[in-house]
Design a protein around this ligand. Structure first.
Ligand code: G1P
Length: 294
């Protein structure tokens, strides 16, 4: 098992985003905006806060705009400079990753999350890495991944962030079985992807943030499919659990599933209410809208 600092993060961004058609016909779902930033920007910022230095995107066809987003846009910058738009130029420079700190690889076929992660194996190499599912964006004082990195420094091994869900929603997620308590979390003794209603080992669901050891790649290379006939990461992790420790980080902040319509809208509302420049207007409009509801 490899100890040491988690420097690389993997972002699987190959999904088709069918739940957001027609918008996602031409715009990748990760580029949909929450207030004024694309969803992917929130997740990258969370990784930066946790000390991540290299960003690995597992993309697919029609996702080229994600790569463009993390590059310089000369024409736009030249125009902004000519117009002396300093604020806008600062926004652009603040989100530009360091040269050489991003990598892009393609998942050629949508064979599942486990397969998408496996596609990053050569870029990650033999070191622990973070995995962030961009659908889930989070709002908390200490970011979810930062809390996990702090726990990882004590626990080592693999760390998965979990939250509690209503029992009737457990079949939508990966669910873990809890063992002894450790700091802000507990040891994981088992896990299952999308358990049939009523069979879940707990109500702790995997919320889309992971710190994994590179041995997971070897296990995923067997390409066995599980729930939904997809190559499931949870199945791979369950196998790795026989060789290595898995610790759950019990995240207690807010999470928005921007892959679902209600979650996406709530993320927009919540992040807008957090923004001093627009909070007043949004709050007043929301209150009026709600009081007019029949
Ligand atoms: C994936 C994971 C699942 C996790 C979920 C969080 O499922 O396989 O374990 O709970 O993300 O969003 P998906 O949402 O891709 O079906």
């Amino acid at each position: 098992m490899t100890a040491g600092k988690v420097k690389k993060a993997v972002f699987p961004v190959a999904g088709l985003g069918t739940r957001f058609l027609p918008a996602t016909k031409a715009v990748p779902k990760e580029m949909m905006t929450v207030v004024d930033k694309p969803v992917i920007q929130y997740v990258v910022e969370e990784a930066i806060e946790a000390g991540i230095e290299h960003f690995v995107f597992v993309t697919g066809r029609n996702k080229g705009v994600i790569e463009d987003y993390f590059d310089i846009q000369y024409e736009l910058e030249a125009t902004l400079k000519a117009r002396n738009k300093k604020t806008e130029l600062n926004v652009l420079s603040s989100i530009l990753p360091k040269a050489g700190s991003t990598s892009f690889t393609r998942q050629q076929e949508p064979l599942g999350l486990g397969h998408a992660v496996w596609c990053a194996r050569d870029i990650v190499g033999h070191e622990p890495f973070a995995l962030l599912l961009p659908d889930m964006i989070m709002k908390s004082e200490v970011s979810c991944l930062k809390g996990m990195v702090d726990l990882y420094e004590v626990s080592g091994g693999n760390v998965i962030a979990v939250e509690e869900c209503a029992p009737e929603l457990a079949h939508r997620y990966g669910i873990v079985a809890p063992g002894e308590k450790i700091g802000e979390g507990f040891r994981i003794t088992g896990m299952v992807e999308k358990p049939p209603q009523g069979t879940q080992p707990s109500n702790f669901f995997i919320n889309g943030r992971y710190i994994l050891q590179p041995e997971i790649f070897e296990i995923l290379s067997t390409q066995e499919s599980g729930a939904g006939n997809e190559i499931q990461l949870t199945d791979g992790m369950l196998k790795l659990l026989k060789q290595q420790n898995f610790t759950a980080y019990h995240y207690r902040g807010e999470t928005y599933d921007t892959g679902a319509k209600d979650g996406f809208i709530m993320a927009n509302v919540a992040f807008a209410l957090d923004r001093p420049d627009i909070r007043g207007l949004v709050e007043a409009d929301l209150k009026a809208l709600i009081s007019a509801l029949k």
